[in-house]
Ligand binder design. Structure first.
Ligand SMILES: NC(=O)c1ccc[n+]([C@@H]2O[C@H](COP(=O)([O-])OP(=O)(O)OC[C@H]3O[C@@H](n4cnc5c(N)ncnc54)[C@H](OP(=O)(O)O)[C@@H]3O)[C@@H](O)[C@H]2O)c1
Length: 315
């Protein structure tokens, strides 16, 4: 017994000294351990993930996955729409082969595109994504949007309640551990709740300081639905929004010795959200994960929320 305890203690000491998280294998540098949150179906989701959208970035994404997992990311967000599932699959295969992680250490999300909303299209669409990703299952499968379309992009009249039945089938078959939605409003979520046995585990929506989404987030939390925040930087990395030099945000960043972008990510986390910042740049991939050694005060969260103009970066 003594021997067992001391080897556990030694192992813990090793993790503290090297910064290795438990369950990680292989020769990697200092890693950040990302906390997890329990979803309403009992599964756990890391509270920060890597976004991967950008058609121009597809050739860079395999390397980005390698850098991200080496840094400590375990949660990766993709979608059939992004046309990068094959490259992401190669990146996942690399890190598994290198022994950096086991499959069960990763949390992989992909999404059903709008042109596959008929009930009998859902499982085949997921199987297609899984084949591209080289996986047996995804951790989270989302309906990308409530809007159904034909293959040419023109709208079609398929009720997302039908699509949700296909999602439930995907979960029943073990092809998706958790199922959820994206870009749904409260009314749409409540229709699903009223007509099905499965409450979405996640709603993935746009949230950032210029689009704070208080009402939808509160509604999701009241219904025990986790909120994944996409485009978490909002206008801080694009033109036309609050500037990185704005004194309010700069003061907060200086106080913690962090960058404005790190403060904006922490803002999501401290609101109980799960941000998925996208980067294919190694330095920024690491920077975006280095947000677990400080916490914003409620006043600082309010200060950042005061940038809100209810503006989507896609409008
Ligand atoms: N469900 C949906 O409908 C939906 C919609 C949009 C997005 N998403 C998901 O959410 C993810 C994130 O959203 P997003 O890609 O729209 O926006 P974002 O993550 O807020 O911003 C990405 C942009 O910020 C840059 N960047 C990253 N880290 C930075 C840093 N530390 N400092 C300065 N610039 C930095 C990136 O460039 P570099 O790569 O050069 O670093 C990229 O140009 C997407 O990739 C996708 O996975 C989902």
């Amino acid at each position: 017994m003594k021997l067992v305890l001391s080897s556990v203690a030694l192992c813990a000491l090793f993790h503290v000294i090297t910064g290795h998280a438990g369950h990680n294998h292989g020769p990697v540098g200092k890693q950040v351990k990302v906390p997890t949150k329990q979803l309403n179906d009992g599964n756990n989701i890391p509270i920060l993930g890597l976004g991967t959208f950008g058609f121009g970035d597809i050739p860079k994404i395999r390397q980005a996955i390698n850098w991200a997992v080496e840094a400590g990311y375990r949660h990766i967000d993709t979608a059939a729409l992004y046309a990068n599932e094959e490259e992401i699959g190669k990146g996942i295969s690399d890190v598994l082969k290198k022994g950096l992680v086991r499959r069960e250490d990763l949390f992989i999300t992909t999404k059903l595109w709008n042109d596959k909303h008929a009930k009998d299209q859902v499982v085949p669409a997921l199987r297609d994504s899984l084949a591209k990703l080289g996986l047996q299952y995804v951790d989270l499968y989302l309906i990308h949007s409530p809007e159904a379309s034909k293959a040419d992009g023109s709208p079609t009249n398929i009720d997302y309640l039908e699509t949700w039945q296909g999602m439930e089938e995907a979960k029943k078959l073990g092809l998706a551990k958790s199922i959820g939605v994206s870009n749904f409003n409260t009314k749409q979520i409540d229709r699903i709740k009223a007509h099905s046995k499965t409450v979405p585990a996640v709603n993935q929506i746009e949230v950032h300081p210029s689009n704070t989404q208080e009402q939808t987030i509160n509604d999701c939390f009241e219904r025990n639905i986790a909120v994944v925040a996409y485009s978490p930087f909002g206008f801080f990395v694009t033109r036309g929004g609050p500037s990185k030099d704005d004194p309010k945000i700069k003061n907060i960043a200086q106080k913690y010795g962090k960058s404005v972008t790190q403060v904006v990510l922490r803002y999501s986390i401290d609101r109980g959200l799960i941000p998925i910042p996208k980067s294919t740049n190694q330095k920024r991939i690491k920077e975006n994960l280095d947000v677990f050694d400080f916490q914003l005060t409620p006043e600082e969260i309010s200060t950042i929320s005061s940038y809100n103009t209810d503006t989507s970066i896609f409008s």
